[in-house]
Design a protein around this ligand. Structure first.
Ligand code: BGP
Length: 508
């Protein structure tokens, strides 16, 4: 009873405001000749948004993100050979509906139109990844000129539209030949092959591309979803391991490959370049911001296994003490010189942020306790995606507070959610849930900026709907709807929202 009365009251109030605004708008539109009707009318009616609030710096990188296997298609064209994702997605039962990336968004052929969509959106930065199997189809040895040419054309098109290319070298699509030859990331041999691949990329694309992220989410492909200890993992290569040590070695090899590639890119690029990484490290949110709970968030960040075993060695040259203690004899085999190689200085760090964990101080040995999100906690249309907007602020801040990297430029390299809304008859998606999600997260990015943390950009996931790994085409994370039957692109409501954010340089 109480609730329905409140609802009624609210509806009436918003109706009144809308009616008054509309009358003023119409009157102003008639009289303010010379100014664009809507804007002038809105100004006169006092409807312009406050100019203060959540402003971003002028040179903030407004971007969008994608990855090769998820959008390119053309899986068997121009010399490309299979990656582990081609093999995996063609194995019965591995992806929803048996979906594969064979065609995906056909971006390989439609990249020019996609770049135009980005230009209209207003992004000045674009994060994509390079398919190792397109450039070096067997993972080592012969270089495929046609593969390189595709990325040259893409980069040129971006640059012509005033968009800076940011390329990831490895977004999970390992050449199948290396999986067959020595079990891919399970062998230390991969480090040299990855270094050689990075050299080819630096030499051939470094004239056009100067911003690099070496790997995407080491903890994801090397730990959680690519390899499982005691369970069948859901992503390629989908290997069940016997021991935790094997898994620790896989991420150690990935870290060594990261360090080797950082050096190779710098040594082989014809001009100065910016080298970084894109990691989905875990963020802990003080359940309310008392000094004790903030310290608890820092302790939780440092004791987290993924942070301690990926971010910590990458940025500080040491696996975290708590991770080493926790893993004991299951820690990786570390050789002399490994840690120095891994900890190459980075020019920037990308943070893939989707969710987070609440924490508070506790009188226990760890000094904190966490609060897992229960089933009814607000979620996006991905079952694991608990909506925790403050996680993006705390994740960006902890690079300073927990890892001591006060001046390291950082940016959001991914942040997104799948559609809840369905397309209408014209294929238009009114994704108000995505707008809500982006808005809340972006306000928290702005908070980090306004407090002086060196946050330089934001790349939402994703520019357009794409092959979402094991979910196939059932998960749609784009600001642009893709009709896979016709390959028609239809910008969603969030595309228009983001356009306004970029135009105004502030959260709308
Ligand atoms: C990240 C990956 C992206 C993208 C995203 C969306 O971990 O780096 O490639 O797939 O997750 O999540 P999901 O694939 O669960 O839809």
């Amino acid at each position: 009873m109480q609730k329905s009365q409140t609802d009624k009251g609210l509806k009436r109030r918003s109706f009144m405001a809308g009616a008054a605004g509309m009358t003023a708008l119409m009157a102003a539109t008639r009289t303010e000749a010379g100014l664009s009707g809507g804007a002038a009318a809105a100004a006169k009616a006092g409807l312009t948004p406050a100019s203060g609030g959540a402003a971003f710096p002028k040179d903030f990188w407004w971007g969008a993100a994608t990855a090769s296997y998820q959008i390119e298609g053309a899986a068997n064209e121009d010399g490309r050979k299979p990656s582990i994702w081609d093999t995996f997605s063609k194995t019965a039962g591995k992806t929803e509906n048996g979906d594969t990336g064979d065609v995906a968004c056909d971006h390989y052929h439609r990249y020019e139109d996609d770049v135009k969509l980005m230009a209209e959106l207003g992004v000045k930065h674009y994060r994509f990844s390079i398919s190792w199997s397109r450039v070096i189809p067997d993972g080592r040895g012969a270089v495929n000129q046609k593969g390189l040419d595709f990325y040259k054309r893409l980069a040129d098109s971006l640059l012509q539209h005033g968009i800076t290319p940011h390329a990831t070298l490895f977004h999970w699509d390992l050449p199948q030949a290396l999986q067959d030859r020595y079990l891919g990331w399970q062998s230390r041999e991969i480090v040299n092959d990855f270094g050689a691949y990075a050299e080819v990329i630096g030499k051939n694309l470094g004239d056009r591309i100067t911003d690099w992220m070496v790997m995407n989410e080491i903890s994801c492909f090397a730990f959680g979803v690519g390899y499982g200890v005691g369970y069948q993992p859901s992503h390629a290569p989908g290997i069940k391991l016997a021991t935790v040590k094997e898994r620790s070695n896989i991420s150690h090899h990935a870290l060594l490959a990261h360090g080797t590639a950082c050096k190779a890119l710098r040594a082989c690029s014809p001009q100065k370049c910016n080298v970084g990484a894109a990691e989905n490290y875990n963020a802990y949110v003080p359940v309310f911001e008392t000094p004790e709970n903030i310290e608890a968030a820092r302790l939780a960040f440092l004791s987290d296994a993924a942070n301690g075993s990926i971010l910590s060695p990458m940025l500080t040259g040491r696996y975290s003490d708590s991770w080493m203690a926790q893993f004991g004899s299951q820690a990786p085999d570390i050789r002399d010189g490994d840690m120095a190689l891994i900890a190459q200085p980075l020019d920037s760090l990308g943070f893939n942020c989707y969710t987070g964990t609440f924490v508070r101080a506790a009188k226990n040995a760890k000094g904190f306790e966490t609060f897992p999100c229960f089933d009814a906690y607000p979620k996006g249309s991905m079952p694991w995606l608990n909506i925790v907007p403050e996680a993006i602020y705390w994740g960006l801040r902890m690079v300073t507070d927990a890892l001591g990297q006060k001046n390291l430029p950082r940016f959001v390299s991914e942040n997104g959610v799948a559609d809840g809304a369905k397309p209408d008859a014209q294929g238009f998606v009114a994704d108000i849930d995505r707008i809500m999600y982006y808005r809340q997260y972006l306000r928290n990015v702005q908070r980090a900026v306004s407090e002086g943390y060196p946050v330089v950009g934001y790349f939402p996931w994703s520019l357009m709907d794409n092959f979402e790994w094991a979910c196939g085409y059932t998960n749609r994370c784009g600001m642009v709807h893709v009709d896979y039957a016709t390959q028609k692109r239809i910008p969603k409501l969030s595309y228009s929202w983001y356009q306004q954010v970029i135009r105004n340089g502030r959260v709308m």
